[in-house]
Design a protein around this ligand. Structure first.
Ligand code: ATP
Ligand code: MG
Length: 310
């Protein structure tokens, strides 16, 4: 569904060159759900905007749904849905009219577009807002409306740039449930970006980490965690010095910390061993490696901190 080769985009800003995307070669098969992760300014939106024909690549090639983005942008647009990072939808239009019109723009009959709009209003909990103007919606309602616009023409390939930003947890869960169902029913291919790593972990079977305009990792979440992060076990004990001699850990106050793979499997045996040695363990904490740990290891930044800053 997507095939890029050495894709690049350079912006000129006050005479200086900003290399937003620096040679990305990517292949996405039909039916895949790929999450593109990366810190602010990594080049995620620039990549998506080239794939959706909103930006012309500076160099390299990209085929989307079998169509070249430069040679036939209109052909690409016919085949995709795109929810950008900003809001879509005419401010003064009414919610339902806007959805039906957008569906009709893609060549659906008004009856078909109306049916699809109804389904989406239900799935994304926009019921009751049919006659409201887009401008009068709350931030989270607008974001749900944006997603509905991206889906109204039933695209086989869907690009979502931070679709859940501004949504409450229930709305986020509903959206992912809808996307998951859509994939099962229609084999839709989805490429998304998000700053919520728990979401990426839960919905994406493939994670592409982008930093400074380049792909620095591309694998499933479990593989990434195994490769780039460790589990951590923290024990609270009376005599940490003795324990550190028994296990391979470091002492911090009354705590001993161990870093290892597969902590959940190691922990029971570890506790049994310490008990046999006569050590009293007051508490044992297991911190399993998270995607955030992977992110930190790969980019030197925590996405959680980034989210807070944003
Ligand atoms: N139109 C533009 N003109 C100049 N520079 C741009 C333009 N669009 C993006 N950039 C720069 O390109 C780099 C990548 O931006 P991009 O929006 O792709 O990042 P991102 O990964 O989507 O970040 P975020 O997580 O904040 O959305 C940044 O340094 C940004 O400032
Ligand atoms: Mg972006």
């Amino acid at each position: 569904m997507i095939l890029t080769e050495d894709l690049r985009r350079t912006f000129r800003r006050r005479g200086a060159a900003v290399e937003a995307v620096r040679g990305i070669s990517l292949r996405v098969e039909r039916g895949e759900l790929v999450a593109v992760l990366g810190p602010n300014g990594a080049g995620k939106s620039t990549l998506l905007r080239m794939l959706t024909t909103l930006l012309r690549p500076t160099a390299g090639t990209a085929r989307v749904a079998g169509v070249d983005v430069v040679a036939d942008p209109a052909g690409v647009r016919q085949r995709i849905g795109y929810v950008g990072q900003g809001n879509a939808g005419g401010h003064h239009h009414r919610v339902l009219d806007e959805l039906v019109t957008q569906g009709a723009l893609y060549g659906r009959t008004r009856a078909e577009a109306r049916r699809r709009a109804g389904e989406l209003m239900e799935a994304l909990e926009l019921r009751g807002l049919e006659r409201r103007t887009v401008a009068s919606l709350s931030g989270g309602q607008r974001r749900r409306m944006d997603v509905a616009i991206g889906l109204v023409h039933r695209p086989g390939l869907l690009f979502l740039d931070e679709p859940t930003t501004g949504m409450d947890p229930q709305a986020r869960a509903n959206l992912w449930e809808h996307i998951t169902r859509l994939r099962h029913e229609t084999d839709t291919t989805v490429v998304l970006t998000t700053h919520y790593l728990d979401e990426a972990d839960a919905v994406a079977e493939r994670i592409v980490v982008v930093d400074h305009g380049e792909v620095i990792a591309d694998a499933g979440s479990a593989a990434l965690r195994a490769r780039h992060a460790e589990d951590r076990i923290e024990l609270e004990v009376d005599e940490p010095g003795t324990v550190a001699g028994l296990v391979d850990g470091t002492v911090a106050g009354s705590r001993v910390e161990l870093r290892l793979a597969d902590g959940a499997r190691v922990l029971p045996g570890l506790l049994a061993r310490l008990e046999r040695a006569g050590v009293t363990v007051h508490a044992a904490h297991l911190h399993e490696a998270s995607l955030d740990d992977v992110f930190l290891a790969l980019t030197g930044r925590s996405l959680r901190e980034e989210g807070a800053a944003a």
